[in-house]
Design a protein around this ligand. Structure first.
Ligand code: PLP
Length: 431
C-alpha cells in the first residue's frame, strides 16, 4: 500500500471508525477541527513536550490519522510501543472484555490476569518471578530498589553503589534519572540520587575498575536505544555477566525498549546468551496499554520482601490482559518470524544508503530497532520533519539517528513504502 499522505491531501479511508455518524464517506481535510484542538493544547497542556502541529485521532495497523484526516505511516510505533499495530482488533476485544469484567483490584488482592501474565512471562523467559508496575522508569526503580535491598538483607548493607553507562536512558523518575547517563536530562533537577557511578558503554575494563566492595548492581541496556541504537561488541554482555558474578553484584538489564521481540528475540539478552539478575520490560509488552514489568532471577527472588515496595495500579487487570493478548498474537501470528523477515528486508535496503546518500553515515541495530545515523553536520530533526511532511513518522535517537521502530507485525509492502519515502527525502537532502 503506497503512502499517500503528502501534505494537504485528503485520504479516503474505508476502515474509518471515528465518532459514529461523523465519518461515513470520503474524508476531507478538516483543518478547522485540528486547529481548534491545537489551540486548546497550547492553552492547557504543559509545555514539556514539543510535538509537531497535528493531532492524532485514530490508527489502523501501521497507520495513524490526524484530526484533519491526513494519514501517516507510523515507523515510530509510539516509540517502539505499538508491537501489534494500531487498533489491533484482537487486542481491542481483549481490552474491552476485561473492561467489562474487572478493571482494578489494587495490590491488596490477587487478580486472575496478573497471575496469568506472571506465569506466562516466567515460563517464557526462565526468570522466577514477575513484578508489575506502570512504566519503564518504574520497572527500573524496582530493579534499583531490589538490588540494594537484596544486599541489605544478605549481609552486605554497605553495597549501595549502582554502576550505569554513559549515554544510557532509563527513564525520568528520580532514581531512573540518576542512573541515566545523559547530563542534559539532569539539568536543574539536582541533587541526583547518590551512589551512582557512570562508565563508558561497551568498555569492560572501565566497568572492572568501577566495581568495588560497595557496589550493589550494574544497570545496562543490551543495546542503547535512546542513546542512538548503540550495539556493543558481541561478547560485551557476556563479559559484564561474568564480572558481575565474580564480584557478587547484580546485573540489571533494562530491556524496556529492546524486549518483547523488538530486536528479533523475545529478550535482546537471549541473543547474547545472558541471563540478568533482574530485567525490566515496558514499552511494547501490552501493545500500547501502560505496563511495566520487572522479571527477577531465582537467586534474587527474595529481594523485595512484603512491604518493601508497591504500586497501587501494579498488575492492573486491563494492562495484564492486554499483555497476555500481545503474547498470544506474537505466537499465533509468528510475529518474531515477521520481525526477522522485515528486518533483513529493511537492513538490506538501508545498507545501500551509506555511500549512496551523503547525509547517511551508518546503519545500526537489530530486528525492528534500526537506525540510520546522519553524517556529521546534518540536521536529523530537519530530515525527520521532511519525512513527516511526506506522511512518514519516525523518531530520533541519540540526536543523530533516524530510528525505525514500527509495529512488529508490519507487512512488507508498508515497510517498503516507508523506505521509499525515506529514500526520496534522503536523495533530495543529499543533492
Ligand atoms: C523508554 C525507556 C525507559 C523509560 O520508560 P517510560 O515508560 O518512559 O518510563 C527506560 N529505559 C529504556 C531503555 C527506554 O527505552
Amino acid at each position: 500500500m503506497p503512502v499517500t499522505a503528502a501534505k494537504g491531501t485528503a485520504e479516503k479511508d474505508t476502515t474509518a471508525k471515528d465518532v459514529p455518524g461523523k465519518d461515513s464517506g470520503a474524508r476531507v481535510v478538516d483543518t478547522a477541527r485540528q486547529d481548534d484542538l491545537l489551540a486548546k493544547a497550547r492553552d492547557s497542556q504543559l509545555g514539556n513536550y514539543k510535538p509537531p502541529a497535528f493531532v492524532l485521532t485514530r490508527g489502523s495497523g501501521p497507520h495513524v490519522w490526524d484530526a484533519a484526516g491526513r494519514r501517516y505511516l507510523d515507523f515510530s510505533g509510539g516509540i517502539a510501543v505499538t508491537s501489534v499495530g494500531h487498533a489491533n482488533s484482537r487486542l481491542a476485544r481483549a481490552i474491552a472484555d476485561q473492561a467489562n469484567t474487572l478493571v482494578h483490584t489494587s495490590n491488596l488482592f490477587y487478580n486472575e490476569r496478573a497471575i496469568q501474565l506472571a506465569h506466562a512471562l516466567t515460563k517464557r523467559t526462565g526468570f522466577a518471578k514477575a513484578f508489575f508496575c506502570n512504566s519503564g522508569a518504574e520497572a527500573n526503580e524496582a530493579m534499583i530498589k531490589l538490588s540494594r535491598r537484596w544486599h541489605h538483607d544478605h549481609g552486605a548493607p554497605e553495597r549501595k553503589k549502582i554502576i550505569a553507562m554513559n549515554s544510557s536512558f532509563h527513564g525520568r523518575t528520580m532514581g531512573a534519572l540518576a542512573v541515566t547517563g545523559q547530563p542534559k536530562y539532569h539539568v536543574g533537577m539536582e541533587p541526583m540520587m547518590g551512589g551512582v557511578v557512570h562508565v563508558p558503554f561497551n568498555d569492560v575494563a572501565a566497568l572492572e575498575s568501577a566495581v568495588d566492595a560497595q557496589t550493589a548492581a550494574i544497570i545496562v541496556e543490551p543495546i542503547q536505544a535512546e542513546g542512538g541504537i548503540a550495539v556493543p561488541a558481541d561478547d560485551y554482555l557476556r563479559r559484564v555477566r561474568a564480572l558481575a558474578d565474580a564480584r557478587g553484584v547484580l546485573l540489571l538489564l533494562d530491556e524496556v525498549q529492546t524486549g518483547v521481540g523488538r530486536t528479533g528475540t523475545f529478550l535482546a539478552a537471549d541473543k547474547y546468551g545472558v541471563r540478568a539478575d533482574a530485567c525490566s520490560l515496558a514499552k511494547g509488552i501490552a501493545g500500547g496499554v501502560p505496563l511495566g514489568v520487572m522479571l527477577v532471577d531465582k537467586s534474587r527472588e527474595d529481594g523485595l520482601p512484603p512491604g518493601s515496595h508497591a504500586t497501587t495500579f501494579g498488575g492492573n487487570p486491563i494492562a495484564c490482559r492486554a499483555a497476555l493478548e500481545v503474547l498470544s498474537i506474537l505466537d499465533d501470528d509468528d510475529v518474531l518470524g515477521n520481525v526477522a523477515r522485515a528486518s533483513s528486508l529493511a537492513r538490506a535496503r538501508m545498507e545501500t544508503w551509506v555511500g549512496r546518500f551523503k547525509v547517511i553515515s551508518e546503519i545500526r541495530g537489530f530486528g525492528l530497532l534500526l537506525g540510520a545515523r546522519v553524517a556529521a553536520g546534518v540536521d536529523a530533526l530537519a530530515l525527520n520533519g521532511k519525512m513527516r511532511d511526506e506522511g512518514l513518522l519516525l523518531s530520533i535517537a541519540g540526536g543523530d539517528v533516524l530510528r525505525i521502530s514500527p509495529s512488529l507485525n508490519i507487512g512488507a509492502s508498508d515497510l517498503q513504502a516507508g523506505l521509499d519515502t525515506m529514500e526520496r527525502v534522503l536523495a533530495v537532502a543529499s543533492q
